[in-house]
Design a protein around this ligand. Structure first.
Ligand code: HPA
Ligand code: ZN
Length: 326
């Protein structure tokens, strides 16, 4: 137990966190009350988010996001999320941001939202000691045309703070290659690339993400384990998996943490990192992820220190930021 407390208290680096998905339910309820929006349908009596399965999760997520309507709302959200991260011992966090929810893909509106978020992140860094960076994501089930608008927003604001471009949403909608234009646009703007793959569909999705989109990180990617040749390839090429074990168990991708392939992937030389995805939705936190993994695997404190080093190395920020955080 002492070893577990030591492990849970270690400094952490999180690479896969959806900003709206990290919103505490109380924060969303507060905004809903201010704006007189009835969101009672998305909460359980105990105040937690209510959903059954992944599709419904996405619907509840989008309903909650609907009360975030201004740059100021997003600035408050950034602060609330950074406070949580600080409590969890997170020192660096890469957060998925969607222009679709921040101005609907309009570049000028996106600039206003982003400016408010960056200002909140800078204040949060001073007060809380957490460094935040943004990865712009398009939403797969919104389709390739809207993804182009998100990519243009990303390209227009690429720099020290917006470090990457990626895709979330429903993996069963469209194909990775349908989004190649958007990923090319982001790459040409100097952005680093990641996409959700190999969570709801199998290893062929991970291959498509590498072959058609040129991603160097994969959101989840865990079902690569079903194809040994692919596991070898991602290990050799240093492709980084942003695994979110608690999320996978909460949504039923794997029945238990014991059944989750993170240990096997790591043993086969794959670069794995650990994140929470949408922590209040999946009843997890970074400390909780560390505690559960330490219970199931025989990873000692040094293994978790290694995990943080590997994760920081896989971060999309510049070298100066990495050195400052380390
Ligand atoms: N997975 C995929 N898309 C998402 C998620 C997620 O956990 N959260 C918000 N969009
Ligand atoms: Zn995700």
């Amino acid at each position: 137990e002492e070893a577990l407390s030591e492990i849970a208290a270690l400094p952490k680096v999180e690479l896969h966190l959806h900003l709206e998905g990290a919103a505490p339910p109380s924060f969303i309820r507060g905004l809903a009350a201010e704006k007189r929006v009835d969101l009672s349908g998305i909460f359980r009596p105990d105040g937690t988010y209510a959903f059954e399965g992944f599709r419904h999760f996405l619907q509840v997520y989008e309903a909650a996001t609907g009360v975030l309507r201004s740059p100021e709302d997003y600035a408050r959200l950034v602060r609330a999320v950074m406070e949580q991260s600080a409590e969890e011992g997170v020192v660096y966090s890469e957060t998925f941001l969607s222009p679709d929810f921040c101005g609907g893909g309009d570049v000028d509106a996106w600039r206003d939202y982003l400016a408010a978020m960056v200002e909140a992140a800078e204040a949060g860094e001073r007060d809380l000691g957490v460094t935040l960076r943004g990865v712009v994501t398009c939403v797969r089930h919104f389709g390739p045309e809207r993804a182009k608008a998100a990519a243009r927003c990303a390209a227009e604001t690429a720099g020290e703070w917006i470090t990457g471009f990626g895709m979330g949403g429903d993996e069963n909608a469209y194909e990775q290659k349908d989004f190649a234009w958007s990923f090319d646009c982001a790459r040409e703007a100097g952005l680093r690339l990641t996409t959700h793959a190999g969570e709801w569909r199998g290893p062929e999705e991970v291959r498509a993400a590498l072959d058609h989109l040129g991603c160097e990180r994969i959101g989840h990617g865990v079902r690569a384990i079903e194809d040994p040749a692919l596991v070898e390839r991602i290990a050799e090429d240093g492709i980084v998996l942003e695994t979110c074990p608690g999320s996978n168990v909460a949504l039923g991708v794997y029945p238990t943490l014991e059944a989750h392939p993170i240990g096997k992937l790591r043993e086969r030389g794959v670069t794995v990192t650990v994140s929470t995805d949408d922590p209040p939705f999946f009843h997890t936190t970074m400390r909780e992820e560390y505690r559960r993994l330490a219970r199931v695997h025989d990873w000692d404190a040094e293994a978790f220190r290694d995990l943080a080093r590997i994760s920081l190395n896989a971060a999309f920020c510049d070298a100066a930021t990495r050195e400052r955080v380390a």
